[in-house]
Design a protein around this ligand. Structure first.
Ligand code: 7PJ
Length: 278
C-alpha cells in the first residue's frame, strides 16, 4: 500500500485519485474568481470532497499564460485563511499550489499537507524549506515563466528533456534529505509547451513512471483541449475526462481536475478494467 502522510492526513495511492482544484485568485480563467470569498471557497471544497476528491489543491497565484505576478503577502492573504477553514471543515488532505517559500511555510503551518510547486522548488531556499516542513511534494516542469512561457516553446526532444529536468529536481530533493517516496512529478501540461509537445508528453506519460516518484497530470480544461475541440474552457468536460483516462492508463496516480464527480466516475471504469488496485 502506498500512503503519503500529508501533515497528518493520509493520501492513499493504491489506485489513481482525483485532486480537486480550488482557485482563490480573482483572475483565474476557469472560475472567473467567483470563489475568492472564503465561504464559497469552503463550500466548493466540501462539494469536491463529497464528490470523491482525495485531496484539494488550493492556489492563490494564477499561473495561466500572461498572468500578472502576485506578491507573497497577497498570495498568503488569499490562501492561508482558506486553508485554515478547510483544515477544520474537510477530512481529506490539502495541497498548496505555490512557488514562494514564504507561502509554503505559512500554508503548511495553517494545515496544508502537500506542496505543489509549478516551479519544482527552484526558488532560493525552497528545497531546504520543503525538507524542513516534511510534507509530500509535487515537482512540475515548466519551460520559461508563466508571463512569457507560451511565446516560443522549444525542445529537440520534449519527453527526454522534461524527464531529465524532473530527474535532476528529484536528485536535488534527495540530496536535501527528502525521502523519494514523498515526491510526485508532473510534466506540466501547457507550461511552455505547444500542442504537439503536450500531446507527446501525454502519449509518453508512461516514461515518467519509472523515475521512482508517482506521476501527477494536470490537463483539466487546458487550452490544448480547446485547440483540439474548438471549445471554450467551460465546455471542455468531455475532453478533460478523455485526457484524465488516457493519463491514468499511462500510469498517472493523481489527476488534478476541476470536475471532480465526473472524473471520479471515469476513473472507476479505468480501475475496474485495468485492475490498477491489485
Ligand atoms: C498545474 C498545476 C498542473 C500541477 C496549474 C491550470 C493552471 N499544478 N497548477 N500541474 N496547473 N502540479 O490549472 O490550468 O498542470 S494552474
Amino acid at each position: 500500500m502506498t500512503v503519503l502522510d500529508c501533515n497528518g492526513r493520509p493520501l492513499v495511492l493504491d489506485s489513481a485519485v482525483v485532486m480537486g482544484i480550488l482557485n482563490v485568485t480573482p483572475d483565474s480563467f476557469s472560475d472567473g474568481g467567483r470563489f475568492l470569498d472564503r465561504k464559497s471557497a469552503v463550500s466548493r471544497a466540501v462539494a469536491m470532497q463529497q464528490a470523491g476528491a482525495a485531496i484539494i489543491d488550493v492556489g492563490g497565484e494564477s499561473t495561466r499564460p500572461g498572468a500578472a505576478l502576485v506578491s507573497a503577502e497577497e498570495e498568503m492573504e488569499r490562501v492561508v485563511p482558506v486553508i485554515e477553514s478547510l483544515r477544520t471543515e474537510l477530512d481529506i488532505p490539502l495541497s498548496v499550489d505555490t512557488s514562494k517559500p514564504e507561502v509554503m511555510a505559512e500554508a503548511v503551518r495553517a494545515g496544508a499537507g502537500m506542496i505543489n510547486d509549478v516551479n519544482a522548488l527552484r526558488a532560493e531556499g525552497a528545497v531546504e524549506l520543503a525538507a524542513e516542513l516534511g510534507v509530500p511534494l509535487c515537482l512540475m516542469h515548466m519551460q520559461g515563466e508563466p508571463r512569457t512561457m507560451q511565446k516560443a516553446p522549444s525542445y529537440t526532444d520534449v519527453v527526454g528533456e522534461v524527464r531529465s529536468f524532473l530527474q535532476e529536481r528529484l536528485a536535488c530533493c534527495r540530496e536535501a534529505g527528502i525521502a523519494e517516496g514523498k515526491v510526485l512529478v508532473d510534466p506540466g501540461f501547457g507550461f511552455g509547451k505547444t500542442l504537439a509537445h503536450n500531446l507527446a508528453l501525454l502519449r509518453n506519460l508512461h516514461r515518467f513512471a519509472d523515475l521512482g516518484a508517482g506521476v501527477l497530470a494536470g490537463i483539466s480544461r487546458k487550452s490544448m483541449l480547446g485547440a483540439l475541440t474548438g471549445r471554450d474552457a467551460d465546455e471542455r468536460l468531455a475532453a478533460s475526462l478523455a485526457a484524465a483516462v488516457l493519463a491514468v492508463e499511462r500510469g498517472a496516480v493523481v489527476v488534478r481536475v476541476h470536475d471532480v464527480a465526473e472524473t471520479v466516475d471515469a476513473l472507476s471504469i479505468v480501475k475496474a478494467v485495468t485492475g490498477s488496485d491489485e
